[in-house]
Design a binder for this molecule. Sequence first.
Ligand SMILES: [Mg+2]
Length: 541
Amino acid sequence: MTLPPTISRAELLAKFDTFLFDADGVLWTGDIPVPGAIEFFKYLLADPNKRAFVLTNNSTKTLQQYLEKIGKIGFGEIKAENVISPALVLADYFKSNPEKFAGQKVYLMGTEDLRKTLEEIGGVECYGMGPDHVHDYTTGYFIHELDMSVIPKAVVCSFDSHLSYPKIMKAANYLLKPDVEFLVTNEDYTFPGPIPGVVIPGSGTTMAPVAAVSGRKPTIFGKPHRPMMDFLKRRAHIDPSRTVMFGDRLDTDIKFGNDNGIASVWMRTGVHKLEDIAKAEIGGDGKEQEVVKPKGWIKKLLTGQHPVDPSEWQKQSHSSLLSSSEYIYEIMTHNYRPGEQEKYLDAFGTYKDEVLNKRSSIELVGSWTVGYGRTRDQAIHLWRYKKGYEDVDGAIAMHNDDGAVRAADSEVARLCGRRKNLIVKSFSYWREPEQRPPSHVYDMRSYVLQPGTMIEWANAWAKGISFRREANQDVGGFFAQVGQLYVVYHIWAYPSMAARNDTRQTTWAKPGWDATVAYTVPLIKKMQSKIMTPTKYSQLK
Ligand SMILES: [Mg+2]
């Protein structure tokens, strides 16, 4: 197999002015941004000599819904004018041919959201959306006649989860008339889904039976077909020789580049793998094919700086993208009985010694009592498992099997009301907590986030944290792995409460800090702050 040549970021920027991106598998996978993609897109948008467009085949959402979705992933900079979908290209086709379509009826096998786009931009009137069940026509198996008093100007096939026998029959009968146009948003037969091995039928599923039964050949608006390229030329006046397409699929993205005379870059972050390139080179007749072979590729993603192997990208879990460390932490919360603090701390000391004696890779990093917070009479302990989950398993086993650990744990339990613990990992942009000489007060902030916003949170704080490093106030940032999920902890240290006040005010005065706060506040469902003082066991003094 001959691999396509590799291209660097510098070469790309020198050779091309217009950058076209497929979305899923290129800029993000699922709702996780591909490393470097957000930064690269922003860079292109900020450069007055470059232009960037997302070319998506997604036609189920309205443009507004699509922008909201990608904003949540971290691509908030992408505006309506940067997104091109088959729905928009199709709507533009209706709009550009008013003599045939203005105010006219179109039979739509598609979603309500597609209807909105076609009607609002294209100026047509859609009908046929939603359920259309065979039992509304007959009690038998077949429908023998149809009401043909209304004939549409076009039949549009797109993703339709209400696809049914009557719909196929209507479409095929309308298409008997040669002046009824057969239009398809995109022919993707499946959607990428969250669960590997589950097939999710796409727009092509609606098109295929209508094409088969009617014998008509549709005009397809999505990649890799020509209308999308024509739309770009018309609307954005692009120069094909200075344009490059980034894609993960050979049959849509790379073919779009090849068929339309523009260079393409294959990204190894999505659906197609190296083996598919090899297969694409050798056609069914055993001869080399030119059609879907990419003309360029990049190995190290968009910035060329990330050490991850992009072909492994999809296998990475959410948490490994947020955390680069093997360490696991446990945050232990004990509500000791009022008036029993001293006894409790003695019992905890015994328990801690037992655990640390059993496994040298476990550390007690922080240990505090709560001075101000919702609950008084509370102790918080931060444990580090240096061997990760291996240590967690070890800890579980010792709490079940080791008599001395069990006895010490029971004694702690006897002196407590509620006990709670949480397995967390450290965010990659925070440092791992280190020993800290006396003396500090600690501020632990816990945030419950809106589900699905952890990446956004991490993106914003990765920048925000730099505003708070100067005063050496950052101790650790953690996100939950087990226990209450979508929870984040930030621990800060200050020489005193007065210093805390000063430092926080200084931070507010720094340009840029308010943007971090403005960006992260909407992600928060609940937050809490606790002021804690170290116990004698704490490495963080
Ligand atoms: Mg893709």
